[in-house]
Design a protein around this ligand. Sequence first.
Ligand SMILES: Cc1ncc(COP(=O)(O)O)c(C=O)c1O
Length: 423
Amino acid sequence: MTDPRSVADVDPIVADLIQSELTRQESGIQLIASENFASRAVMEASGSVFTNKYAEGYPRRRYYEGCEFTDQLEQLAIDRAKELFAADFANVQPHSGSQANMAAYFAVLESGDTIMGMSLDHGGHLTHGSHVSFSGALFNFVSYGLNPETELIEMDEVRRLAVENQPKMIVAGYSAYSRHLDYEAFRSIADEIGAIFLVDAAHFIGLVAGKAMPNPMDYADIVTATTHKAIRGARGGLILSKEEYGKAINKAVFPGYQGGAIFSQIAGKAVAFHEAMTAEYQEYAVQVIRNAQALAGTLQAGGLRVVSGGTDNHLMLLDLRSLDEDLTGKEAAVVLDGVGITLNRNAIPNDPRPPFVTSGLRIGTPSVTTCGMREGEMERLGSLILDTIAKRDDETALKEIADGVSELVAAFPPYPAEFPGHV
Ligand SMILES: Cc1ncc(COP(=O)(O)O)c(C=O)c1O
């Protein structure tokens, strides 16, 4: 029989770290755009006995016995994903967003093929061709960026590059871009040159699920995503596609790039898809965007430049040089973390500083919206951010700001008092 004791009894060091992380998450304002608070139901499912099961293959085609419930679970997750995103096909096995991209690329392309994607410096992801990722090492990536004036993706330039380079795939999607993607224009460029159109919706799939954003599946051949950002599920990846690519995608995920899937995570994904089908979740998704717009407005009114002039989604990029030429993203992020506001430094388009320093910050509203904050709290939060930056050398002022942050946090806890782990 397995040891029946709790983690606190078996391994107090790990138990303490879990407790400390819960306290950290609950005692500050979490503004990292790719993070959220998963529900108790999601975490129970992803911490369940499905972690014990090996089930290589796909429902009803396994290499192991004892898969009757694993089959039902994976099929349920697949069916829910297909329904939620109106997709012909879904694969819920990728261990992460990066692995979803890797499998999707190799499902339809050969190593060395040309792909077009958004450059990392302008808001794309590492897996969109960065030389430090498999994508840049194994494929010939051609990057498009932003118009330097508007800071928007300029579709004429995307078309010009596509015609010139004839990529076999065009990737749209971002980690740090706050505007709608012009799916129609991407689709027509892909059709013009006979390329596959892939949307990496890792960041915003939750807003699509909540019907607060257009569905990329209406335009793309393949959509990849993560399941742990705005969508609030268990950590992992997801691939959706038109029917014709399904077989190749399944083969690329397993046995191509992964072994056994993590069925405990698939259980957590299934629960999150179920939660995302509710009216409550749809209201949440709409509020995430409203909150981002309210926060961006407050910061702009305080003189902080928002890249591209605003946001259509859950995130924004802030150009700190608008407040102080010498202020770096690194310094601002550290001082904000010190008062309890956690976010990340981020390069802004054409940033003269290196990626570890940067001139910008990235902010996202999925977590604070899960806590129940709305436009009024975003105004308060915006003032706290502006004050922290303005008074960053004044210890007494920072202490007062930290008290203000604590008050706001205390009024909007992410987890109820009876949540397991609260002491
Ligand atoms: C656009 C995009 N694609 C892919 C990923 C990769 O996801 P993961 O960190 O799960 O590998 C991310 C993660 O931030 C992302 O923003």
